[in-house]
Design a binder for this molecule. Structure first.
Ligand SMILES: [Zn+2]
Ligand SMILES: [Zn+2]
Length: 335
């Protein structure tokens, strides 16, 4: 009896230690929100910067707003870039140094304007960068924007003359590649949306971060694409740690399914996260991850703030005790 008690006590202590140890992990990534809405607020559209804290190089996850997001981050009250060791370049202001020297690549989820407008508009003063995307997404960029009609062709493909500032890199779904000039690796997964969208799984050693472009729920889209991401992540999480994920909630729960147009609500997100949780071997694993909510639609109509409504509905639906954070332009999170 005594032996059994001792055994149980040791087990409890080990579990408590493991949990404590996990929640005390040193942060591995820095995430900066450059744009938090999914429209219609120009100057604050879907875009995030991510870097490993072991380096000063970011990747941009979508590019709806770039310069405006950097400027908000540089405001005194935000101090978002205070720990970044800035490159020395007397020619440029600080926002230009961050933009040109410290953003090394774009990862574009899909070709909708609210995810690329910042990259297009700021391209005349950008430095050479690769654009990583699924082939259909790169093709949309060429056909729709970099075509010498909507915009000059800053890429290395498509309509001549090609300005060769952006190197278009086609990703193959489910194949991992290194992101140039960073220590990060990326694996793309296709997502369901009116045009093909993408989830990017980013890895650095034993740490994982995931960025989801716009996506509808599997139960509505009927393509099982989110399930494929959850399965891959659950497999990776057998020996790696998911530090955080950015995922969209465009509308509140009152939005009918036939008007979702490839987007999520709080209830649909929770259903997807429950599917994910069911696949995990360690059921506490998700509790160590921050779930960052992006793409909330800004609304000009009178009435309650969509952010407040969505935050409240997420809290109500949160049966897994998850750590939800609403993305806010200029915000820096250590994950
Ligand atoms: Zn969007
Ligand atoms: Zn979209």
């Amino acid at each position: 009896m005594k032996l059994i008690c001792l055994f149980l006590l040791v087990c409890c202590m080990c579990q408590a230690y493991a949990k404590e140890n996990n929640s005390n992990l040193e942060p591995s990534f820095e995430l900066v929100t450059l744009g938090d809405t999914g429209g219609i607020q120009d100057g604050n559209l879907s875009s995030f910067l991510l870097r490993s804290l072991s380096e000063n190089n970011y990747i941009a996850l979508d590019a709806g707003s770039i310069i405006n997001g950097i400027n908000v981050g540089l405001q005194k009250e935000n101090q978002t870039f205070s720990e970044l060791q800035l490159a020395h370049d007397p020619k440029w202001q600080t926002n230009g140094i961050i933009f040109r020297h410290h953003i090394k690549a774009y990862l574009i989820s899909h070709g909708h304007l609210d995810h690329v407008a910042g990259m297009l508009i700021s391209s005349p003063q950008d430095s050479a960068k690769p654009i990583y995307a699924l082939p259909s997404v790169n093709q949309t960029l060429l056909d729709t924007y970099f075509n010498w009609q909507a915009w000059a062709n800053f890429t290395d493909r498509g309509k001549k003359p090609r300005l060769n500032q952006y190197q278009l890199v086609d990703l193959t779904a489910k194949q991992t590649v290194a992101v140039k000039d960073t220590s990060l690796q990326v694996t793309a997964f296709s997502l369901s949306h009116p045009l093909e969208s993408t989830a990017f799984i980013i890895e650095k050693d034993n740490d994982i971060f995931v960025y989801f472009g716009d996506t509808g729920p599997d139960a509505v889209e009927k393509q099982g694409k989110l399930k494929a991401v959850w399965q891959h992540l659950a497999m990776l999480m057998k020996d790696k740690t998911l530090r955080g994920l950015v995922i969209e909630v465009s509308f509140n729960n009152q939005r009918p399914d036939n008007l979702l147009f490839g987007h999520l609500t709080p209830n649909w997100l929770m259903q997807e996260l429950n599917t994910f949780n069911d696949l995990l071997v360690d059921k506490s694993a998700l509790q160590n991850s921050k779930i960052i909510i992006s793409h909330i639609k800004y609304d000009l109509a009178k009435g309650p703030n969509p952010r407040d409504v969505i935050q409240q509905q997420l809290a109500q639906a949160n049966n897994l005790n998850l750590d939800f954070v609403l993305a806010k332009q200029g915000q820096k999170l250590l994950l």
